[in-house]
Design a protein around this ligand. Structure first.
Ligand code: FNR
Length: 376
């Protein structure tokens, strides 16, 4: 409560018109440790910055003189209906910016059925998150999985997730260790933080400490390709997606190991600095193993802040994109903030579609973008 009182007031939600407004307001109004954990990235922040800049280098090749009176953004992800071709990327400890955390995200995501990928480091239990939305029959949620060194705990988590009605498992493969996030390391944890799902705790008796590292101590660093059959066996038939693929070679391996999807991602630049933006990996796959796009669904995340960014990714073969930090910053306004951010991104996407002459998402193709500036 004391922290609440000291924070400056937030401007009214209706005055927020883009993702950057939410970010600026979060920086000014949330607890310093929350801001440090959410906004930080690995060492020199180069990958985080490149994630955004890469999109800015892609230009459109708009087609004109089409009837764009009505446009439709709905699509399917792994066969599940969603109102928009973007999902809420898994982010740990959403309760740090709003006490209801993941529950408020589920509520706010319900309107357009934006799919929320619940983190293994969720602040709230999965059952509570699902029941805060429209319920498992009406709204789709997926699980993000960090495999535990104590493998039976992972089997149990997957069984619980399935029982709660989660529809797919996104296994994070780029975080055998968390990156060196210096802004996060410099600040002490001012409020004790514990995940209701993984049980991971960030102690507040330490001087400083990167939340990412403290929350990731249970993650199994032995996890490797040969574990995929085991993951499939304990996932009880749920589709498997590998999150954190960064080369065409690994995308091809994912196909060979028979998973249903991959997220090209550098974890928002938070893990290995100077790892490639997902957009570069997407282009690399086009060049080296384009057959990947026929074998599984490809998603990308990192630095996606505009409807134009979303549309560029779709033109280049992504089925959908993940949005990470912007949803955390929108959660500063609770469920309403989450719903408002969705409408902002949807409106920007619809505007882009109209300007490019596309009325529904089956009409996207690489000919609508010019990637010359980043095509090495
Ligand atoms: C993440 N991310 C993440 N990924 C994951 O697989 N499991 C997790 O628990 C988390 N936790 C997490 C916490 C915070 C605070 C952030 C910012 C990110 C990574 C996330 O899913 C996604 O890859 C990036 O956030 C995408 O980049 P943008 O949209 O934040 O630029």
């Amino acid at each position: 409560l004391e922290l609440e009182v000291k924070r400056p007031p937030k401007p009214p939600l209706h005055t927020i018109i883009n993702t950057f407004d939410f970010e600026t307001i979060a920086e000014r109004t949330v607890a310093p440790k929350t801001w440090a954990f959410y906004s930080s990235a690995a060492t020199d922040l180069l990958s985080m910055k490149l994630n955004k800049e890469a999109f800015d280098q892609v230009l459109f090749r708009p087609r004109v003189m089409r009837n764009v009176k009505s446009v439709y953004t709905r699509t399917k992800i792994l066969g599940f209906d969603t109102g928009v071709p973007f999902f809420i990327a898994p982010t740990a400890m959403q309760g740090m910016i709003n006490l209801d955390g993941e529950k408020a995200v589920a509520e706010g995501a319900g309107e357009e059925n934006v799919i929320h990928i619940i983190s293994t480091n969720s602040s709230h239990p999965i059952a509570d998150v699902v029941s805060s939305g429209k319920g498992p029959e009406q709204q789709t949620h997926f699980l993000q999985l960090y495999v535990n060194t104590d493998r039976p705990k992972t089997s149990q988590l997957l069984a619980d997730a399935k029982a709660c009605g989660l529809r797919a498992v996104f296994v994070t493969v780029d975080a055998h260790i968390s990156g060196k996030r210096e802004a996060d390391e410099r600040l002490k944890v001012d409020i004790p933080v514990k995940s209701a799902v993984s049980g991971a705790i960030s102690h507040n008796d330490r001087k400083g400490g990167g939340m990412g590292r403290l929350m990731g101590l249970y993650i199994d660093r032995t996890l490797n390709w040969e574990d995929i059959p085991w993951i499939k066996s304990v996932a009880g038939g749920l589709p498997i997606v590998l999150k954190g693929i960064q080369t065409a070679a690994d995308a091809k391996l994912a196909v060979e190991y028979g998973v249903q999807g991959i997220v090209l991602s550098n974890h928002g630049g938070r893990n290995l600095d100077t790892s490639p933006p997902a957009l570069f990996t997407l282009l690399e796959i086009h060049k080296i193993y384009p057959e990947v796009f026929n074998a599984l669904e490809v998603y990308i995340d990192g630095g996606i802040r505009r409807g134009t960014d979303i549309f560029k990714a779709l033109c280049l073969g992504a089925t959908a994109v993940g949005i990470g930090r912007p949803y955390l910053y929108a959660l500063n306004y609770g469920a309403e903030g989450v719903a408002h951010l969705t409408q902002i991104l949807k409106d920007e996407l619809e505007t882009t579609m109209r300007m490019c002459g596309v009325t529904d998402l089956s009409g996207v193709h690489p000919g609508l973008v010019n990637t010359r500036k980043i095509d090495a």
